[in-house]
Each structure stands twice: as C-alpha cells, then as structure tokens.
Design a protein around this ligand. Sequence first.
Ligand code: PLP
Length: 385
Amino acid sequence: MAVDIASLPGRIRHRFPVFEQRVYINSCSQGALSDSVRAAYAQYLDDWDEHGAPWEYWVGRLEAVRTAVASLVNADEDEIAVTTSVSAGVSALASGLRFDEGRDTVVVSDFEFPTIGQIWHAQERRGLRVVHVPAEANGTIQLERFADAIDERTALVATTHACFRNGLRLDVEGVARLAHERGALVLVDAYQTVGSLPIDVRVLGCDFLAAGVLKYLLGSAGLGFLYCRRELVETIEPTATGWFADRNIFEMDIHDYSPASTARRFEAGTPPVPSTYAAIAGIELMQEIGIAETEAHVRELNALLRDGLDELGATAVTPREPELSGALLCVRSTDVNALVGALEDQGIVTSCRDDNLRISAHCYNTAEDVQAVLDALAARRDLLA
Ligand SMILES: Cc1ncc(COP(=O)(O)O)c(C=O)c1O
C-alpha cells in the first residue's frame, strides 16, 4: 500500500488531545484517549443518571461489543466471549480443559505475557505439565523450536502474536499448522497486534484467541475478549464461571451448572459496563480510521525510526524483517529507566521492558514524532547500548 506519511495523522490527530501536551508514542501500553471514547464515558454516566438502572440496555452494550469484536477478527458472534481481561478469558478456558487421555501438556513460548505463563503453571496443581519453547540468543523463536516441543502429549500450544518485551512477531500460522498436525489446540495472545494490523482467526488457523481493547483498539482498561472456534465451544466446560456464563442468565437458578451453548460460557459476573461503552467507541473509531491503512502508516514511520537509530549507532532488538515485526520497535539501553525518564523530560511518552525502550507508533503518530524521539535519543546517546 502506497502511503503518504502525513495524511493519516493529518486526518485524525486532532481527535486525541494528549498531542497538545505530549508526543505520545506508547500504544503498546495503552492507546491515546480520543474525543469519542471520552464522549462514550460521558454517555454512560448520562444514561445512568437519566434511566437509573437500564440493565436491558447495558446488556445490549455487551452484545454490541461481541458483534464488534466478531467482525474485527472475522469470527461468528457465538464464538466470542466478552471478558474483563485476557487473564479472565484464558483462566476460564484453562479451567474447562481436561488434561487426560494422554494429553497432559501445554507448550508455552518464552515470549508470553506473564499472565499466560502464570495461568498455565497454575494448572500444574491440576496435574498439567508445562513445557517452554526457549528463545534464541538473537531474540527470536524459530518454528523448529516449537516443532521440538510439540508432541503427542501436547494438549495446547500458547503463543503470543507479538512479544510485549522485544516486539518480535511470531509465525502463529506456522505454529497452528504444526500443532494441528500433532493433534494439539492453539491459543494466540493477540493483545500486541489487534488494532495495529488486520486479524483474521480463520487465516491464523487458531482455536482460541485472546486480546483486549486497551492498546491499539483505543478502548480502555477492563475489557478483553476470547475467541473460541465454534466446534470446540461445547466440548469445554469452564469451572471458573458465573451467572453471565449461564444458558439463561436471568433464570437465577442456584441448583445446577448449565453453561451457555455459545462462547458466552467463558464469561463470569456482572459485565464491565463503562468499559463496554469505551470499547465500542474505540473499535468503531479504529475501523473508521482503517486498520490496514494504520499498519502501512506505522511501517513507514518505523522505517524512518530504524534509519535514525542506525545513524545513532543504537541497537534495535526488534527484527527488521516485516514478517517478524509489527508496531512495537524496541531499542536496547544501558539504563532504560533513565532513558524513559529523559524522554519524559522532553514531553515524549514511551515505556520499557527488560533493557529495552519500547517505541510504539500508531495511526496518530507523525514523522515529526519520530524525529522528536530520535533527537531525544541523540541527546542521551550515553544511555544507548
Ligand atoms: C501480550 C499481552 N497479553 C496480555 C496483556 C494483559 O492481559 P490482561 O488483560 O489480563 O491484563 C498485555 C498487556 O497488558 C499484553 O501485552
């Protein structure tokens, strides 16, 4: 896609007031607040004030999130659970999986977010074996390492789509193919990619996909989702559950467990109503802006950033190849907290993990933002490794 680097932010940047104060280039942590998400929160308070307790409408908001998420990832609505976080969705999934019939192992990449590793290790109390797929010294994980780890004992493979620590994008389609050849299921954590590039669960070939709306989807905290492939839904009975997972929510029956026949069975209690307003506004805004266009725009910005980093002699730890990287570009530092602080002093918001500065551009960032980051890094070359 040919990209005019000024056109996308030129069209939409005014909708994100943070840019009046700062260079915000930290969407891997959280998206910038837009006028429409702010208005959505105000609408929630107005609805509460005006109607008292409009629960029918609020449950309708939950369903609207389900519809929006389904269209976003090319799933059916009955394959989507709307949860309060990735952790909640994946915990419900883990609680319902059975680790018998010879498949007692979950394979976990070493680039997972903590919550994914912790949830699977928690299942060791239930007899699960966890096997890690180690990272290479160069900060990647080759498909062969997954091939070494997946075998006839593997029940499920958990892989992130892009690593929150170094920006590496993994070949999840390849992992899914491998896992399925060997009879295992696949869970993808797409939190670091959803909203920054088009996601299609059918193309990825995964069985489960978890993410949330806080980052590149421009929503806010408190709302995640879990996709579960249709044929699997009724084979999994979550024991981490609640009344919003029940076949008939308003039956109020305390005498049995009868989970919904759809992926709603992975939900739990009272939904995060304010976050549903924000999620709908954020997803709609991202779809209006264009996710494919955003991906192409950020690729251009990151090319500029890489050129500047090369000139500074800085080390980009995120691979250069387009298929191995996404929006997040990580730079090695000798004292990363000091570097984040130095950028903050220049009004530039970034973040860090390990020894890596995380620079994560999105639709609203400009070539001038990238130059501001490079200028600030040039002034603190002593902190670059
Ligand atoms: C890859 C990834 N997974 C999961 C999370 C968060 O999960 P949860 O919604 O459970 O807080 C994050 C970021 O916060 C993330 O970067």
